[in-house]
Design a protein around this ligand. Structure first.
Ligand code: HEM
Length: 186
């Protein structure tokens, strides 16, 4: 399912002692990190946190903000679903953008996001190897604005590093004031 799903769905990431994913590393990229835990449960819908939860990040899927009709169509055609059996690696990358970003008008944000940073164009190069889901958490009052989730097979791990490196070098990322990079496997 894609981030443009019309029905917002609650997503909770519970780090603790249970869940399908083993947490391999938690690395702060900008700002404070998050406490290390053994496992991560990704829960869609309204369910209680598992016993032993150390921290929880939650938000919802939402409508698209920046993607054009052509981009949405290309994404729909190209993307893979989450949960592929061969996709045994994952990344959870929570991100908060600065007040300067949120102070911009929608058209200014789109120009930085795509015309200047080529976020979607770059990302599309890595589909369908990398499956993705974008969770919005800004309106939930959490510590992050976005929870980004990716799944891929071990043979695409180097491509994923290349992708995050290119995005982090973009103008869009100069507005990122907190980012944590959590890598997982199953
Ligand atoms: C796998 C390839 C990727 C593709 C195809 C892709 C595509 C997109 C698209 C189309 C949007 C905009 C959705 C909208 O219109 O609202 C978006 C938003 C976003 N993506 Fe990516 N992306 C990719 C990888 C990544 C990675 C690796 C990261 C993090 C390191 C990331 C972080 C974000 C964030 C934080 C947003 C929200 C930006 C905002 O609304 O200000 N994306 N992505």
């Amino acid at each position: 399912m894609e981030s443009s799903s019309p029905q917002p769905q609650l997503h909770s990431f519970h780090a603790g002692i249970s869940g399908a994913w083993r947490i391999d590393t938690i690395a702060p990229v900008v700002g404070d990190g998050l406490k290390l835990a053994a496992r991560l449960a990704m829960i869609v819908g309204n369910q209680p946190a598992p016993a032993g939860t150390l921290w929880t990040l939650s938000g919802t899927t939402s409508n698209t903000r920046y993607a054009t009709h052509t981009e949405v169509e290309t994404l729909r055609r190209t993307q893979a679903n989450l949960g592929r059996p061969e996709a045994t690696r994952a990344a959870l990358i929570p991100i908060r953008k600065s007040p300067a970003w949120w102070g911009l008008a929608q058209d200014e944000r789109r120009a930085i996001f795509e015309e200047q940073s080529r976020h979607t164009a770059i990302g599309l190069e890595y589909l369908p190897a990398i499956a993705r889901r974008l969770i919005h958490s800004r309106d939930h009052g959490g510590e992050f604005d976005f929870l980004t989730w990716f799944e891929y097979a071990p043979e695409h791990a180097a491509a994923f590093e290349d992708l995050v490196g290119r995005l982090r070098a973009s103008r869009e990322w100069t507005f990122v004031e907190r980012e944590v990079d959590i890598r997982l496997s199953r």
